[in-house]
Write a protein that binds this ligand. Structure first.
Ligand code: SF4
Length: 241
């Protein structure tokens, strides 16, 4: 993809959404970490449903640790894989308290050493909490980057590297959210919304969803139109006679 095309794509995404952010509800960096960690393989909607119950009761490492695995599970039942995530979250809180004074560490290695925290979660925290230029690649971003031609790659890591190298500096900080939201709501997996897509003319995907042909008018309407035309023709004839 030509660099000018890439810039044009980001300009349009920015114009449509100048301050993109996560849809995971949170009120502190720790709440964001918990929400992102819970969101693996499940929807933001189900995570928000869980954290709306959990955070008013426990929203610090000490408070969640105090619930214990069994005490935590009822709050996060709406989230996929909640048994494993409950164990990881308790381990994460313990590690934060024992090794980081209850604060979020600001480096990737320490974040990824927390139970249940992988590269993607660490990238989101580094980007949103610590202001680092990171582009976490999830399934939506992987799809959009490949379809559009912004950053083709066979693996999420390849796409991440390509995005970091290719994305113009002024767009790097927000690229993650623009691409994620575009993939979630427009460039969807099964039926991408190409006809209404704001970057349709710039996107290099060869199999774009075609615009729907206008539906033919129903038979009764067609007959009425013909009758109207016939009437008008006869009137013209009478007037000219
Ligand atoms: S034109 Fe279609 S394939 Fe390309 S980004 Fe838009 S929705 Fe996705």
């Amino acid at each position: 993809m030509h660099p000018a095309t890439r810039t044009a794509i980001y300009r349009r995404l920015r114009a449509a959404n100048p301050a993109p952010t996560t849809e995971l509800e949170h009120g502190s960096p720790f709440e964001l970490l918990v929400a992102v960690m819970l969101s693996a393989h499940t929807t933001d909607k189900s995570v928000n449903a869980a954290t709306r119950e959990l955070f008013p009761v426990a929203n610090t490492p000490a408070a969640i640790l105090g619930l214990g695995v069994e005490g935590l599970k009822p709050y996060i039942r709406s989230v996929g894989l909640y048994n494993t995530k409950a164990k990881n979250l308790i381990g994460l809180c313990r590690q934060l308290l024992e090794q980081h004074g209850g604060e979020l560490p600001a480096d990737r290695a320490s974040l990824e050493a927390l139970p249940g925290v992988g590269r993607k979660t660490a990238s989101i925290i580094l980007n949103m909490v610590f202001g680092e230029v990171e582009i976490a690649v999830d399934t939506h971003i992987f799809r959009v980057a490949n379809r559009t031609g912004l950053a083709p790659g066979r693996t999420p890591r390849e796409v991440e590297t390509a995005l970091l190298v290719n994305t113009p500096l002024q767009f790097r900080k927000d690229a993650h959210h623009w691409l994620l939201l575009h993939g979630r709501y427009v460039c969807t997996a099964r039926s991408p919304g190409c006809p209404a897509c704001l970057i349709r003319d710039l996107c290099e995907y060869p199999h774009k969803t075609p615009a729907r042909a206008p539906r033919p008018a129903p038979r009764r309407l067609q007959r009425a139109l013909l009758a109207g035309r016939e009437l008008a023709r006869k009137r013209r004839q009478r007037t000219s006679a």
